[in-house]
Design a protein around this ligand. Sequence first.
Ligand code: CUO
Length: 648
Amino acid sequence: GDDNASFQIPTHYFPDKYKEVSSTLTSRFGGEGRAVPIRNIAIPNLEEPLALAYNEHFSLFVPQHRKMAGKLIDIFLGMRNLEDLQSLCSYCQLRINPYMFNYCLSVCILHRPDTKGLDIPSFAQSFPDKFMDPKVFRKAREATTTELTGDRPEQRVAYFREDIGLNLHHWHWHLVYPFDSANREIVNKDRRGELFYYMHQQIIARYNTERMCNGLRRVARYNFSEPISEGYFPKLDSKVASRSWPPRFANTMPRDLDRSVDLIKADLSELYNWRDRFIAAVENLSVLLPNGRQRPLDEATGIDVLGNLMESSIISVNRPYYGDMHNMGHVFISYSHDPDHRHLEQFGVMGDSATAMRDPVFYRWHSYIDDLFQLYKNKLTPNYAQQAAFKLDFPGVRVSGVSIEGPGGSNNISTLWEQSTVDLSRGLDFTPRGSVLARFPHLQHEEYSYVIDVMNSSGQPLMGTVRLFIAPTMDEAGQPLPFDEQRKLMIELDKFSQPLNSGNNTIRRRSLDSSVTIPYERTFRNQADRPADAGSAEAAEFDFCGCGWPHHLLVPKGTTQGYPMVLFAMVSNWNEDRIEQDLVGSCNDAASYCGIRDRKYPDRQAMGYPFDRPAPNASNLQDFLQPNMATRPCTVRFTDRTRVRGQQ
Ligand code: CUO
């Protein structure tokens, strides 16, 4: 009942250059065909976010951009109600840098109590150019994203790096876990630092496995002591910024940055200082606080503290001292082609969480970060054997077998290419694009089931947590992987709680139900698939969060001969794993890498348990096994077919 609410946007909401045509424009904010009332509100002070030009690229890793975004998020979060927020968005839409706008609005929608159920505009649909080769739009009907072959060996895993769903997952992850806001609680989420470590550790484990399937060595870590041997030439074009993503030539050496345009002046030596301080914290098992005291790293929270200071986010225990290592690594790399702005170039793909995973150096940098975290995991080893908190066994429970059943036969998973068509039409800019259907190939697997036989001899019903992993068995030279190398290649496939009757239990679990992945439809949120009745329960189900490993990448590609892997199953004691909380909402089925919105991470064990740390007494996986664990050799066979999604 507000009389200044209207469907017409107040003229002064438009920047000068659009005022003349403003009467012909209505708000597209809110989606196709649905007009939203726009109020004439008092516009908050937007000076800080407006300082980033409309046509610039926006990078969360650039400290100045991060600050501006933090400010805008706080403004969005502070709007009194939904109508005011929409009105402000309408005002911002033509003024604020669209990438920053989209990011901040998405963070806001995820975190305001009155917007929790809303659909976050799928980023791919807002800014297709970040995810797709522009050729795709010109020739939508037969486009492919990537040359899947090529003479350069690194091209063999381009299908993984440039997978749209993978990059969407990564973008969503950083959306769910923003690192800057005056609103501390949206940053300070349960075990956020640990999840930063673990989610990226799993990316490296999965990428390394893909590499080994393709005859490549595991990725070599990159630590800024030498030039980056890999060049990267993004086949992306930006329409919003009307400029291309700059390339990086092979053997570029990152240099000190002096770019007044981005308010960045940073020396590489800072990176080395931060690294040395991180290593010292690990060596001493304690971190230095701003007040000069030391805070010990304990088993339960040490990795979380280290994750937060490494990333870093505003909840770092001491940002002035431990700095901003991981983010600035992205920044140094992303400006390495133009460190002093003499060529007037913008940052490269490593500067944006929506595009960073396309670049081979992403994995080299994150490998290095992961090795630093592993230093900590290694350091704690001797204590853990005596720690009651890290128990491996489950008395009375024996896993007598685990296997895979599916169309590929027993203990074989089949993979193939799939051609999919996604609708990337929705933009936040006011120019209607119409339908943009893009077809692209991606890895896919035939769905299968796990069969797990569990003997409960305790004489009473029990509750277990089933943990499923898969890993390569041989190194690049064809030698069996020692335990400490294999554990770092363990890919989490699924984790679920399971009632165990007294006696024998046969558990069947579908690959489709993985706690790691989200369904294909959710990754791409093809609006054509959305139930027509926007108010229906089905439509609400459809409007979930987009964080979750894309299901089509659940298993690695394998090889045409059948790539040997080992499937691992463990049943741990749910009473020791569980977190008491109620689960609400529809975003709780990809918790392994994404957590659960507004809830605690739903597993009390260390992330990656039981493979997150060394086992000094195990030289191979067999040595590590307890009665409540089992393994099965299996193969992943790439069948070299292409299937069109939706057709059998
Ligand atoms: Cu996800 Cu480096 O943290 O990109």
